[in-house]
Design a protein around this ligand. Sequence first.
Ligand SMILES: N[C@@H](CCC(=O)N[C@@H](CS)C(=O)NCC(=O)O)C(=O)O
Length: 210
Amino acid sequence: MITLYDCATAPNPRRARILLAEKGIAHDTVQVDLRSGEQLGEAYRRINPQCTVPALRTHEGLLLTDNAAITAYVEARYPHPPLLGETPGEKAEIASWNWRVEFEGLLAVAEALRNSAPAMANRALPGAVNYAQIPALAERGLARVAQFFTMLNERLAGRDFIACDRFSVADITAVVAVDFARVVRQKPGEQHPHLLRWRSAMAGRPSMSL
Ligand SMILES: N[C@@H](CCC(=O)N[C@@H](CS)C(=O)NCC(=O)O)C(=O)O
Protein backbone atom coordinates (compact mmCIF):
# COMPACT_ATOMS: atom_id res chain seq x y z
CA MET A 1 0.00 0.00 0.00
CA ILE A 2 1.11 3.56 -0.74
CA THR A 3 1.46 5.86 2.29
CA LEU A 4 1.10 9.62 2.14
CA TYR A 5 2.69 11.64 4.94
CA ASP A 6 0.25 14.50 5.07
CA CYS A 7 -0.86 17.51 7.07
CA ALA A 8 -4.53 18.34 6.57
CA THR A 9 -4.04 22.11 6.97
CA ALA A 10 -0.95 22.66 4.80
CA PRO A 11 -0.92 23.52 1.09
CA ASN A 12 1.88 21.34 -0.28
CA PRO A 13 0.45 18.05 0.98
CA ARG A 14 -2.91 19.15 -0.41
CA ARG A 15 -1.34 19.13 -3.88
CA ALA A 16 -0.39 15.47 -3.38
CA ARG A 17 -3.85 14.59 -2.00
CA ILE A 18 -5.58 16.10 -5.03
CA LEU A 19 -3.15 14.37 -7.41
CA LEU A 20 -3.78 10.94 -5.84
CA ALA A 21 -7.56 11.53 -5.93
CA GLU A 22 -7.51 12.61 -9.59
CA LYS A 23 -5.58 9.44 -10.43
CA GLY A 24 -7.89 7.31 -8.28
CA ILE A 25 -5.01 5.86 -6.26
CA ALA A 26 -5.94 4.23 -2.93
CA HIS A 27 -3.47 5.00 -0.15
CA ASP A 28 -2.95 5.19 3.58
CA THR A 29 -2.49 8.58 5.18
CA VAL A 30 -0.30 9.49 8.14
CA GLN A 31 -0.91 12.95 9.57
CA VAL A 32 2.16 14.92 10.61
CA ASP A 33 1.27 17.73 13.02
CA LEU A 34 3.18 20.76 11.73
CA ARG A 35 1.72 23.03 14.41
CA SER A 36 3.37 21.10 17.21
CA GLY A 37 6.62 20.70 15.23
CA GLU A 38 6.27 16.95 14.68
CA GLN A 39 8.10 17.31 11.34
CA LEU A 40 11.25 18.32 13.25
CA GLY A 41 11.11 15.42 15.71
CA GLU A 42 13.34 12.36 15.54
CA ALA A 43 10.63 9.97 14.34
CA TYR A 44 9.67 11.98 11.25
CA ARG A 45 13.27 13.02 10.58
CA ARG A 46 14.08 9.32 10.13
CA ILE A 47 11.34 9.16 7.47
CA ASN A 48 12.14 12.44 5.72
CA PRO A 49 15.37 14.17 6.83
CA GLN A 50 14.18 17.29 4.97
CA CYS A 51 11.46 17.64 7.65
CA THR A 52 8.75 18.57 5.14
CA VAL A 53 5.42 17.19 3.97
CA PRO A 54 4.26 15.74 1.70
CA ALA A 55 6.30 12.56 1.53
CA LEU A 56 5.13 9.42 -0.22
CA ARG A 57 6.16 5.83 0.48
CA THR A 58 5.61 3.82 -2.72
CA HIS A 59 4.59 0.17 -3.15
CA GLU A 60 8.25 -0.63 -3.79
CA GLY A 61 9.32 1.11 -0.59
CA LEU A 62 10.76 4.24 -2.23
CA LEU A 63 10.40 7.40 -0.19
CA LEU A 64 9.59 10.46 -2.29
CA THR A 65 10.11 13.73 -0.44
CA ASP A 66 8.55 16.46 -2.57
CA ASN A 67 5.69 17.16 -4.95
CA ALA A 68 8.00 17.16 -7.97
CA ALA A 69 9.09 13.56 -7.29
CA ILE A 70 5.61 12.42 -6.25
CA THR A 71 4.03 13.84 -9.41
CA ALA A 72 6.71 12.38 -11.69
CA TYR A 73 6.42 8.94 -10.06
CA VAL A 74 2.64 8.83 -10.00
CA GLU A 75 2.35 9.95 -13.63
CA ALA A 76 4.87 7.32 -14.77
CA ARG A 77 3.25 4.49 -12.79
CA TYR A 78 -0.37 5.50 -13.35
CA PRO A 79 -0.41 7.28 -16.71
CA HIS A 80 -4.21 7.72 -16.88
CA PRO A 81 -5.57 10.30 -16.81
CA PRO A 82 -2.44 12.16 -17.96
CA LEU A 83 -1.81 15.22 -15.77
CA LEU A 84 1.62 16.20 -17.11
CA GLY A 85 0.62 16.32 -20.79
CA GLU A 86 1.01 13.75 -23.58
CA THR A 87 2.83 15.39 -26.46
CA PRO A 88 6.27 16.99 -26.00
CA GLY A 89 4.69 20.42 -26.48
CA GLU A 90 2.00 19.77 -23.86
CA LYS A 91 4.53 18.44 -21.37
CA ALA A 92 6.62 21.59 -21.79
CA GLU A 93 3.66 23.96 -21.45
CA ILE A 94 2.31 22.22 -18.35
CA ALA A 95 5.76 22.08 -16.69
CA SER A 96 6.25 25.76 -17.39
CA TRP A 97 2.89 26.81 -15.92
CA ASN A 98 3.20 24.51 -12.96
CA TRP A 99 6.52 26.06 -12.03
CA ARG A 100 5.22 29.57 -12.61
CA VAL A 101 2.20 29.03 -10.40
CA GLU A 102 4.37 27.47 -7.70
CA PHE A 103 6.94 30.28 -7.79
CA GLU A 104 4.67 33.28 -8.35
CA GLY A 105 1.71 32.00 -6.31
CA LEU A 106 2.41 29.37 -3.69
CA LEU A 107 5.84 30.70 -2.74
CA ALA A 108 4.58 34.30 -2.68
CA VAL A 109 1.89 33.41 -0.15
CA ALA A 110 4.44 31.43 1.88
CA GLU A 111 6.78 34.43 1.82
CA ALA A 112 4.02 36.70 3.18
CA LEU A 113 2.86 34.23 5.82
CA ARG A 114 6.13 32.81 7.06
CA ASN A 115 7.77 36.21 7.47
CA SER A 116 4.91 37.61 9.57
CA ALA A 117 3.06 34.89 11.53
CA PRO A 118 4.11 34.90 15.21
CA ALA A 119 3.73 31.11 15.25
CA MET A 120 6.42 30.91 12.55
CA ALA A 121 9.03 33.07 14.26
CA ASN A 122 12.41 31.66 13.28
CA ARG A 123 10.69 29.32 10.79
CA ALA A 124 10.66 31.69 7.81
CA LEU A 125 11.49 28.77 5.51
CA PRO A 126 10.40 25.14 5.74
CA GLY A 127 13.03 22.50 6.37
CA ALA A 128 15.51 21.37 8.99
CA VAL A 129 17.31 24.73 9.34
CA ASN A 130 15.81 27.71 11.22
CA TYR A 131 15.74 31.11 9.50
CA ALA A 132 14.64 34.40 11.08
CA GLN A 133 11.67 36.31 9.69
CA ILE A 134 12.32 39.40 7.58
CA PRO A 135 9.27 41.70 7.83
CA ALA A 136 10.04 43.40 4.49
CA LEU A 137 9.66 40.02 2.79
CA ALA A 138 6.15 39.68 4.24
CA GLU A 139 5.27 42.97 2.58
CA ARG A 140 6.86 41.93 -0.69
CA GLY A 141 5.02 38.60 -0.52
CA LEU A 142 1.67 40.40 -0.36
CA ALA A 143 2.56 42.51 -3.41
CA ARG A 144 3.55 39.33 -5.26
CA VAL A 145 0.24 37.64 -4.36
CA ALA A 146 -1.69 40.59 -5.81
CA GLN A 147 0.40 40.37 -8.98
CA PHE A 148 -0.19 36.60 -9.11
CA PHE A 149 -3.97 37.09 -9.10
CA THR A 150 -3.69 39.68 -11.88
CA MET A 151 -1.44 37.43 -13.96
CA LEU A 152 -3.64 34.35 -13.50
CA ASN A 153 -6.80 36.31 -14.29
CA GLU A 154 -5.27 37.49 -17.57
CA ARG A 155 -4.09 33.99 -18.40
CA LEU A 156 -7.54 32.53 -17.84
CA ALA A 157 -9.41 34.98 -20.09
CA GLY A 158 -11.17 32.72 -22.60
CA ARG A 159 -9.58 29.58 -21.14
CA ASP A 160 -10.92 26.71 -19.02
CA PHE A 161 -7.53 25.47 -17.83
CA ILE A 162 -4.20 27.02 -16.89
CA ALA A 163 -2.13 25.12 -19.45
CA CYS A 164 -3.05 23.50 -22.78
CA ASP A 165 -6.74 22.69 -23.22
CA ARG A 166 -6.98 20.10 -20.49
CA PHE A 167 -6.95 19.69 -16.74
CA SER A 168 -3.38 19.26 -15.50
CA VAL A 169 -1.11 19.47 -12.50
CA ALA A 170 -0.85 23.22 -13.20
CA ASP A 171 -4.56 23.57 -12.30
CA ILE A 172 -3.97 21.59 -9.09
CA THR A 173 -1.08 23.81 -8.02
CA ALA A 174 -3.02 26.95 -8.95
CA VAL A 175 -6.14 25.99 -6.96
CA VAL A 176 -3.96 25.23 -3.94
CA ALA A 177 -2.06 28.52 -4.30
CA VAL A 178 -5.20 30.65 -4.73
CA ASP A 179 -6.92 29.00 -1.73
CA PHE A 180 -3.76 29.24 0.39
CA ALA A 181 -3.77 33.03 -0.08
CA ARG A 182 -6.65 33.20 2.44
CA VAL A 183 -4.09 32.73 5.23
CA VAL A 184 -2.77 36.20 4.40
CA ARG A 185 -6.33 37.53 3.90
CA GLN A 186 -6.10 37.71 0.11
CA LYS A 187 -8.67 36.29 -2.28
CA PRO A 188 -9.70 36.97 -5.85
CA GLY A 189 -12.42 39.61 -6.23
CA GLU A 190 -14.67 41.05 -8.90
CA GLN A 191 -11.62 42.51 -10.67
CA HIS A 192 -10.61 38.87 -11.42
CA PRO A 193 -13.67 37.51 -13.27
CA HIS A 194 -11.76 34.90 -15.29
CA LEU A 195 -9.97 33.61 -12.22
CA LEU A 196 -13.26 33.37 -10.29
CA ARG A 197 -14.98 31.51 -13.16
CA TRP A 198 -12.14 29.00 -13.38
CA ARG A 199 -12.06 28.50 -9.59
CA SER A 200 -15.82 27.77 -9.48
CA ALA A 201 -15.47 25.32 -12.36
CA MET A 202 -12.64 23.58 -10.48
CA ALA A 203 -14.92 23.24 -7.43
CA GLY A 204 -16.99 20.78 -9.50
CA ARG A 205 -14.15 18.23 -9.21
CA PRO A 206 -14.54 16.10 -6.07
CA SER A 207 -10.73 16.13 -5.53
CA MET A 208 -10.82 19.87 -4.85
CA SER A 209 -12.74 19.46 -1.63
CA LEU A 210 -9.79 17.52 -0.19
N1 LIG B 1 9.30 21.21 -2.10
C1 LIG B 1 8.37 20.70 -1.19
C2 LIG B 1 7.90 21.78 -0.24
C3 LIG B 1 7.13 21.20 0.87
C4 LIG B 1 6.79 22.20 1.95
O1 LIG B 1 7.25 23.35 1.95
N2 LIG B 1 5.95 21.74 2.87
C5 LIG B 1 5.59 22.52 4.03
C6 LIG B 1 4.10 22.42 4.27
S1 LIG B 1 3.15 23.24 3.04
C7 LIG B 1 6.29 21.95 5.25
O2 LIG B 1 6.59 20.77 5.28
N3 LIG B 1 6.55 22.78 6.25
C8 LIG B 1 7.20 22.33 7.44
C9 LIG B 1 7.63 23.48 8.29
O3 LIG B 1 7.12 24.59 8.08
O4 LIG B 1 8.45 23.27 9.17
C10 LIG B 1 7.23 20.10 -1.99
O5 LIG B 1 6.78 20.71 -2.97
O6 LIG B 1 6.81 19.01 -1.66
